[in-house]
Design a protein around this ligand. Structure first.
Ligand SMILES: [Zn+2]
Length: 572
């Protein structure tokens, strides 16, 4: 067995595992009414789906870091021998679902001294540097091995050394046994669940787990994206925010020219998650309010005559949306690394299903958005927001903003993002945020929001743009928040008066429209240098941001969090 040296001291571990610092998000309990109300067949299906998600967690741990599984084994052995430090380390390991993570103060949390963080995560050889990576690919392309390079630069391969070269192995081939065990569970679920469409999706998904063929995934994704009225929710989430290696290939001019010549689009590697839940009917109805406006929003996107959109103004909107009571979030979607996502709109633009007529589906995570401590929220408002504007701060408004954000991912240019390299995700997230905010006035005029709700969305969003600490450049979701904050500050969207945020409500939407137009321009142009300049110009941590950050740190001590999944644990 591989040995490791634990990196965090007892003092540090005791602090980080204390409930003030490590919050708990509670998923459905074993006796939850939502579960008890399910038909018998769906209850049984849920059990198989949880098992499938748990298998996926094991696979994703290996994609995330090759030391994850050996380290876990080491910790378990040490705990058996009474090692208290290992016991506390394991709590953090389970919370962040891996050996390395980042906390909500943007500090790296590495659990073993021997295992530093690295750009290529577990999907590239651990000793491969960016420079060597580019050199090998350049040589392979000059040698005419473009098909091999294509396999290395897809979103679904693990890259390994083969002599002097590299080879890309499809995920399905790399983890054959585990993926077929997962397929078995999905097929069992499809035999007992009560919903025909859902069962059809499960069968298609199972097929795609047995044979390495992106087209099989596309068929499964296409079916999945149509699911609207099903009792259960199951998703294999595939997102590529964590890979900091693949996107770099466009930074070496000779290699970039060769890739263009061979028509190879480098796409960062997917990290995989398993989401299991029960669809909440009431919450879902509330979400659907936005659907009929999507074609109008598509028509109002900046420069919309220059690109094709997923949502077409004159067609049926291929966009489903569900609000879900969470049972399990395994792998990538359940890793608590500074936070957990409130919702996802999948498949992302790099997926094949969108090219064969497939749509997209939004899934909102109810238990993640619930606020556990209203007292702390009030304390935060007292310290940071103009008292006159407290009446416009509403946690529900954050949910409405998220709905706008997820749907904005479906608007705008579909292609060209990969040309933006490491800035693609920052730019895309920025687009989604500004898309959400830019349309608030229009949606108010159309009757979706009341005037009161309009103010609540604007004030809540601007207040929430203030972070607890300056993020690192690799945190796409947070970098764009700082960029927006700077952009609004420069244009009078808010002011800091006596140490508190005062939002200039009527200025916000016009500023958001301006930023949205600039961002969409960058996506259309697909110019790396322009994207870099835009991010650098706006990713500026100001004195005011630091002032508010200091206050937030005092009120909210949270450094990370974990999931409590009582129902899932019982079912598996
Ligand atoms: Zn997003």
């Amino acid at each position: 067995m591989k040995k490791y040296t634990l990196n965090l001291s007892m003092e540090e571990l005791e602090k980080r595992t204390h409930k003030d610092y490590l919050i708990t998000k509670k998923f459905l309990k074993a006796d939850a009414p939502e579960y008890l109300a399910l038909a018998e067949g769906d209850k049984e299906a849920l059990k198989y789906l949880v098992r499938a998600a748990n298998i996926l967690e094991k696979i994703n741990m290996q994609l995330d870091n090759e030391d994850n599984l050996p380290f876990k084994e080491f910790l378990e052995e040490e705990i058996k021998n009474g090692n208290k430090q290992a016991e506390l380390t394991k709590i953090l390991f389970d919370a962040q679902k891996g050996i390395n993570a980042i906390d909500s103060m943007s500090q790296p949390i590495y659990l073993a001294k021997e295992v530093p963080g690295r750009a290529g995560k577990g999907v590239y050889p651990s000793d491969l540097t960016k420079e060597e990576f580019h050199k090998i690919l350049t040589k392979m392309l000059l040698d005419g091995k473009s098909d091999d390079v294509r396999k290395i630069l897809t979103q679904r391969s693990v890259v390994e050394r083969r002599g002097e070269e590299l080879v890309g192995i499809d995920y399905i081939d790399k983890f054959k046994d585990d993926f077929s065990r997962m397929a078995d569970e999905l097929e069992k679920a499809s035999e007992v669940s009560t919903n025909t469409d859902f069962n059809e999706y499960l069968k298609l998904q199972a097929k795609a787990l047995r044979v390495a063929d992106p087209l099989l995934d596309a068929y499964a994704d296409k079916k999945w994206a149509t699911l609207q009225d099903t009792p259960l929710e199951f998703t294999i989430t595939r997102e590529n925010y964590a890979d900091e290696m693949t996107g770099t290939v466009i930074e070496t001019p000779e290699l970039k020219a060769l890739l263009d010549e061979n028509k190879i689009n480098p796409i960062p590697k997917d990290f995989l998650g398993g989401r299991v839940g029960i669809v909440n009917k009431q919450g879902t109805e509330a979400l659907m309010a936005i659907k009929k406006y999507l074609p109008t929003l598509a028509k109002n996107m900046p420069y919309n005559n220059e690109y094709e959109q997923n949502i077409k103004p004159d067609e049926d909107t291929k966009q489903t949306m569900v609000d879900v009571d969470m049972v399990q979030a395994s792998g990538d979607v359940g890793e608590y690394r500074g936070g957990i996502t409130l919702a996802e709109n999948l498949p992302n633009d790099d997926k094949l299903s969108l090219t064969i007529g497939g749509g997209r589906r939004n899934v909102y995570h109810r238990q993640i958005r619930f606020i556990s401590d209203m007292k702390k929220l009030q304390e935060r408002l007292d310290e940071t927001l103009d008292k006159e504007q407290h009446k416009y701060y509403l946690d529900e408004a954050d949910h409405w903003f998220t709905i706008g954000h997820e749907n904005a991912h479906s608007l705008g240019p579909r292609k060209g993002n990969e040309k933006l390299g490491k800035y693609r995700n920052i730019i895309e997230e920025n687009k989604a945020d500004m898309g959400s905010l830019a349309f608030v006035d229009l949606l108010t005029k159309l009757g979706m929001y009341t005037e009161e709700q309009r103010k609540q969305i604007i004030v809540t969003t601007i207040a929430d743009n203030f972070l607890k600490s300056k993020p690192t450049l690799s945190q796409a979701h947070r970098v764009r928040t700082v960029m927006q904050n700077k952009y609004f500050a420069d244009r009078g969207g808010y002011e800091i008066i006596d140490g508190k945020i005062h939002v200039n409500i009527d200025k916000v939407v016009p500023i958001a429209k301006k930023m949205l137009a600039e961002i969409v321009r960058i996506q259309i142009d697909g110019d790396f240098k322009k994207a870099e300049k835009y991010v650098m110009d706006n990713f500026v941590w100001t004195d005011n941001m630091e002032l508010i950050a200091q206050k937030l740190q005092k009120i909210n001590k949270t450094l990370n969090g974990r999931l409590e999944t009582e129902l899932a644990d019982k079912l598996s």
